[in-house]
Design a binder for this molecule. Sequence first.
Ligand SMILES: Nc1nc2c(ncn2[C@@H]2O[C@H](COP(=O)(O)OP(=O)(O)OP(=O)(O)O)[C@@H](O)[C@H]2O)c(=O)[nH]1
Ligand SMILES: [Mg+2]
Length: 234
Amino acid sequence: LISIILPTYNELGNVVALIADILSELKDHCLEIIVVDDNSPDGTYGAVSAIRDPRVKIFQRTEERGLAKSVRYGLERAQGDICIVMGSDFNHQPKYLKFMIQSLSDFDCVSASRYLKGGGMENQLRYVLSGIFNRFTRFMIGGSLTDYQYCFFAIRKQVLIQCDYDKIFWGFGDYNIRLFYYLLRMKARILEFPAQNGRRRAGRGNRRFIRVFFQYAISVLQLACLRNAETKAG
Ligand SMILES: Nc1nc2c(ncn2[C@@H]2O[C@H](COP(=O)(O)OP(=O)(O)OP(=O)(O)O)[C@@H](O)[C@H]2O)c(=O)[nH]1
Ligand SMILES: [Mg+2]
């Protein structure tokens, strides 16, 4: 069983079409789609609930809002031995899913990268800034990955459950940096493949770029300190 986790916040114009695309792309696979909605005011929950397909499950969180906590919520409810996390706005394209699932037979985690040859994104300013930030991340926390913050990956449940979720799942997409830090420390085998960022079809995405940038920078510095302390401790 493959579990696909889709966190949503105001994705009424995207998520229903995305689910249809995923179901069609993976029609030969046994899967469940777990949508975790943070009480979106636009009616995302109602639209997904109206999908009459037992493979599609929707959960609504009302206590707090947050991407990383929603992903955790979905992962904790996932029943598959393969979990895939992706956004629900078409930035992460379903056409890569088959490759990701196939490649997991030789790896613990398969992650999309905009920074391998063949990958990329339309917004050039964001592409360059995220690229610089990824280099900074690599320098500070180690590893040889090219994209630590894209949040589009498939992972074996067996490997995932060895991680301490409390240390990873908080904040926005910075949880991805922490997850990869701990996976690399566990010597998990991570494969990156080149991916083109898809165009958001509807709605407005994350507009708090500056805030998110600082949040990510703080996360990297925290991990660098941890790495330093661990190196000293031997
Ligand atoms: N459950 C939940 N999902 C969220 C939250 N914030 C964002 N998301 C979802 O997480 C994914 C990534 O968020 P986006 O707003 O697209 O961030 P982004 O890709 O950096 O921004 P754009 O490039 O504008 O799309 C989307 O599927 C969102 O719906 C949240 O607080 N809770
Ligand atoms: Mg997006």
